[in-house]
Design a binder for this molecule. Sequence first.
Ligand code: UDP
Ligand code: MG
Length: 316
Amino acid sequence: MQPPVLSIVVPCYNEQEVLDFCLNELSLRIEDMIYKGKIDKGSHIVFIDDGSKDKTWRLIEIASSEKDLVKGIKLSRNKGHQTALMAGLSVCTDSDITVSIDADLQDDSSVIEQMVDAYSAGYDIVYGVRNDRTSDTFFKKFTAESFYKLMTLLGVNQVSNHADFRLLSKRALNSLLQYKEQNLYIRGLIPLIGYPSDKVFYSRSERVAGESKYPLRKMLSLALEGITSFSVTPLRIVSALGFMISILSSIGVLYTLIQYFLGHTVSGWASVILAVLFIGGVQMLCLGVIGEYVGKIYMESKKRPKFFIEDDTLKN
Ligand code: UDP
Ligand code: MG
């Protein structure tokens, strides 16, 4: 049987410090697997420049003119990791398998070979799962773990400790590309696709160079994306809360009326103000959550194109 053509898809945002290292390491992995007959000679790496402001695209162009196995696409502006990854995957539909990995190689590229073995054994999706987070700060570890717990509680099905390091077969990729949503949380979509899946484990290391491109702000927005794109539980909680509060307030109204007819004047504006503030606060909270979803409907209804490829070196 002909070995499969593998594309390694690498989103890059201001990664000039790590690009060379990443390229060398991934090329070695590919050459090694070609040598072992596990993948086809046409296997390659696709770098996606996600609107970097540094020399990332220049470096990709140079590498791509020097080496056949390097290809690149450049997005017209920064669209974020998830969209960059989708853009990269969307140009690999001719390959038999794709593996997505971050440019900083915090994910252990040596397990790509195990992923390919799992594919050959019949799996369509192979998740890279971290089995140790010692390289993460306490804060990152804590927030990530709480997030996965919360997601499970909210009924969102995802593989815990798996980010976007995974292998997809051609049919899994084609299925993924049929999700046309704007708000992307890819790791939540993958389990929805189905097909046989497997996991490979690795320990996550430090970034080789440069800084994290995922500041707290982006982490929180990804988490919010994950929750509001896949779960309606927050809306249900709001409805439950509204229900409870309305029961409590009708009891309160009844009590006030009885006091009034019995001639006991209820005095003290503090309690009144408190009640008003409380209800006002809860209402605001509810409006906020509803607004989240309405905003999503609004965005989805526009069906805007997710990205435009400004330039590419696919034909090199
Ligand atoms: N990334 C991207 N666009 C962005 C932010 C990040 O393509 O707007 C890429 C980045 O270059 C890297 C990957 O997404 O390849 C993961 O980012 P990073 O390693 O900074 O995140 P962390 O590992 O700190 O969560
Ligand atoms: Mg990283």
